[in-house]
Design a protein. Structure first.
Length: 256
C-alpha cells in the first residue's frame, strides 16, 4: 500500500505542508525520475566528433593550442598528467578528456563548449571566470578547485566530488547535478536558473546569498548548511519532513 506522507515548502520563513504520495520518504529515485529532472533542467549532451583527433602527446598538443591562441577542437585527450601548468584563456570545443589529471593548474577565463570530462581530476586548480556550455562531468574530482564567477550553462555533473570547492558567484542555467559530493563547498551568491539537484551532498556547504527557490532538496543531504541570519535563502525550497526538522533547528525553533 502506498503511504501518504508530506513534504514542506519554505515560504516567508515558515514551513508550508503539502500533501504527497510516496512509497518511502527517502526513496531512491529511479532512472525515470532522473530523466524527468534532466528534462526539467533542459540539459543537452555535448556534441562530439565521430572521428576525433587523438594526439600522440596530448598535453603538449593542448599547450601548443593555448600558446598559439587557437581552439583545441574535435579531439580526444587521454591520460594527461599536468601539474602547475597554465591554460589561461584556453578554448576547447567538441572535445573529450578522459582520465586526465590537472593539479594546481590555471584555467582562468577558459572556454569549454561541447566538452566531456570523464574520470578527470582538477583538485586544487583554478577555473575562475570560465565559460562552460553543453559540458558533462562524469566521475570528476575537483577537491578544493576554484570555479568562482564562472558560467555553467546546460551542464551535467554526475558522480563527481567537489568538496571544499569554491563556486561562489557562479551562474548555473539548465544544469543538473546527480549523485555529487559538494560537502563544505562554497556556493555563496550563486544564481540558479532551471537547475536540478538529485542526491547531492551539501553538508556544511556555505549557501549565503544563494536563493534556493524552486529547488527540490528532498533527495539531498543538507545538514549544517550555512545561510544568512534572515534565512532568506530557503524561501520557496522544497524539503521533506526530516529536513524540515533540521532547518527548524537552524532557525532557532525548539521541537518537542
Amino acid at each position: 500500500m502506498t503511504e501518504i506522507l508530506s513534504y514542506y515548502i519554505v515560504r516567508n520563513g515558515r514551513f508550508r505542508q503539502e500533501a504527497g504520495s510516496f512509497r518511502h520518504l527517502h526513496r531512491k529515485r529511479g532512472k525515470a525520475d532522473e530523466k524527468k529532472a534532466e528534462m526539467r533542467a533542459g540539459v543537452t549532451a555535448p556534441i562530439l566528433h565521430n572521428a576525433p583527433v587523438v594526439p600522440e602527446n596530448p598535453l603538449q598538443w593542448l599547450l601548443d593550442c593555448i600558446e598559439q591562441e587557437r581552439q583545441a577542437e574535435e579531439g580526444l585527450l587521454k591520460g594527461i598528467a599536468a601539474e602547475g601548468e597554465s591554460f589561461y584563456r584556453g578554448s576547447l570545443k567538441s572535445m573529450e578528456l578522459s582520465g586526465c589529471s590537472f593539479h594546481d593548474c590555471d584555467f582562468e577565463k577558459a572556454s569549454f563548449v561541447d566538452v566531456l570530462f570523464r574520470g578527470c581530476d582538477f583538485s586544487g586548480s583554478r577555473l575562475t571566470d570560465c565559460y562552460f556550455h553543453r559540458c558533462a562531468f562524469l566521475s570528476v574530482k575537483g577537491v578544493g578547485a576554484d570555479f568562482h564567477e564562472s558560467l555553467l550553462k546546460e551542464v551535467r555533473m554526475e558522480d563527481c566530488v567537489f568538496s571544499y570547492a569554491n563556486f561562489s558567484g557562479t551562474s548555473w542555467e539548465s544544469a543538473l547535478l546527480n549523485s555529487c559530493d559538494l560537502q563544505e563547498s562554497y556556493l555563496e551568491e550563486c544564481r540558479l536558473k532551471k537547475t536540478g539537484l538529485n542526491r547531492v551532498k551539501l553538508n556544511r556547504a556555505n549557501l549565503f546569498g544563494t536563493a534556493l527557490r524552486g529547488l527540490d532538496l528532498r533527495s539531498c543531504e543538507i545538514e549544517g548548511i550555512l545561510i544568512s541570519d534572515e534565512k532568506k535563502e530557503l524561501a520557496g525550497a522544497v524539503v521533506d519532513l526530516y529536513q524540515a526538522a533540521e532547518l527548524a533547528r537552524l532557525m532557532g525553533l525548539v521541537i518537542r
